[in-house]
Structures are given as structure tokens and as C-alpha cells.
Write a protein that binds this ligand. Sequence first.
Ligand code: UDP
Ligand code: MN
Length: 274
Amino acid sequence: MSVTDQAFVTLATDDVYCRGALVLGQSLRNHTTSRKLAVLITPGVSSGMRSVLRSVFDEVIEVDALDSADSVRLALLQRPELGVTFTKLHCWTLTHYSKCVFMDADTLVLCNVDELFDREEFSAAPDSGWPDCFNSGVFVFRPSLKTYNLLLQFAAEHGSFDGGDQGLLNSFFSNWATADIGKHLPFIYNLSSSAVYTYVPAFNHFGRDAKVVHFLGATKPWNYKYNLQTKRVMHDGTTSGSFHQLSFLALWWNIYSASILPLLENLQKTERSE
Ligand code: UDP
Ligand code: MN
């Protein structure tokens, strides 16, 4: 049964983040989601990459952070660090869907997670760095132009305490921590790969139930080197490579090399023969 008015949504502002978005999209397909897949992109994404995105996602939607001269947006433009924040907020404009799950391009699903659509706006999992805040890498929301405009207005008036979308969204949905436990997603829906080594006993106990891995932080899976022959992720020993972290990285690279790399190689062939 396919549900056409609900979607998983991600964001990629350049060709590098697109690699993450493609692996996420493919992981959702591999686990036979019944929901639509949508990706928000900005003009910086190449036309070749767009065609690859279209083979994994149902919808590739270009959004432009500079498309208007209204006062709220101009106020935002004076805060360049909010650029990406602004772009993520565009997900509220997808009003042809009644409910969506936003997932960062650096996340990966390990099983079918369609039950997330049983949750209401605004549902998210605690952030491992400050658990009274939610992590904005995975959240359930309802597209609405009213909410979108309120978010823009809030961003212009208050900015974001961390300069990113997470600070802004936490201030906006400020009763998340206390109002409704039903809006707290279990941590296994947004397992940050770093939490794996900050609380090893908990990971050993609960980690087998992980449903979504989030490669949060500066070093993303695509920054590692991968040996296509041995199917191993190469790390230099300094990259806090616990066994589990490396196995999540290996999983990311398995999907990338098996399903995404062939699409990108095909694209290169077509581009060369043109
Ligand atoms: N993002 C993007 N381009 C950028 C930075 C971020 O498209 O240059 C999007 C992408 O979907 C990414 C999300 O914004 O997953 C949040 O950024 P990131 O995952 O790098 O932050 P972290 O989870 O490490 O805090
Ligand atoms: Mn992320």
C-alpha cells in the first residue's frame, strides 16, 4: 500500500551532500518504505546530480534561499550563517503532503521506519550533547505555510542560538522537552554515531535495535576512503573508530558502492559521449 500524501524529506545544497542524500534515499527504498521520497536542493546542485537524484527520489525540489526581497528574508540574509537553516525550513512549504519525516542527508535507515508517521508534529529524538534539546537530524512535521512563515519571522527576530537550524527549531518548538512524551522519539531513531563510544554499555544493550544512524559531526562517511576490493573503510587510527562506528560506516559505503556509484559512473559515461 503506498501512501501518496506523506513523504520522507531530505536536503542537499551541493553535490557532496547529494551523495549522502542518495544513500539515505536508497536505504529507505531497500527497506521498502510505502511513503514518497523528496529531496530539497539549491541551485548549486549540478544538472547531472539532479538526474541521478531523480532515479532514487520521487521528487527533486529546487528551493532558492535568495528568491525574494521581502523584509523577513532580507533580515535573514544579513546572517549568512543561517543560510542552511533557512533552506531546511523550506520543508514546511511542501503542502502537497499532509505529514512528513525530515531526515538529514548524513542519516541512514537500518530497517523500515514508516511507523514514524504515526507521530505528530513536532517529534524528534533527544540530542546526545544536550538532551533537553532535540536533535534536528530526524523529525516529524506537518507542512504548513503558516508554520513556515512563523518560523521565518522567528528566525529574523531571534536568530538561532547555535547559528544552525537546530538552535532555531529548539527555540521555536520550545515546549518539546516537557509538553508531550509522545513527541520524544526513542534515541534509536537518531542514533548519533558518536554516542556509540560515549556510552558503550548502553550501546551494547540497546544498539542492536538501532533504526536510524546519524553521522553527525564534521567528518561524514564520504570523507573516508573505502577500498572497493576489500570492502573496507580505511581509517587512520585517529578517527575514533570503534568497531560499531566502523560497521555503520561500512554499511554506508556498501550502499554507496553497490547502488549509487554505478548511477554516478553511468552519468559520467553519458556526459563524456555528449
Ligand atoms: N546540509 C547541506 N549542505 C551543507 C550543510 C548541510 O545540504 O553545506 C544539509 C544536509 O541535509 C545535512 C543537514 O543540512 O545533513 C545538517 O547538516 P549536517 O548534517 O552537516 O550537521 P550535523 O548533523 O553534523 O550537525
Ligand atoms: Mn546531520
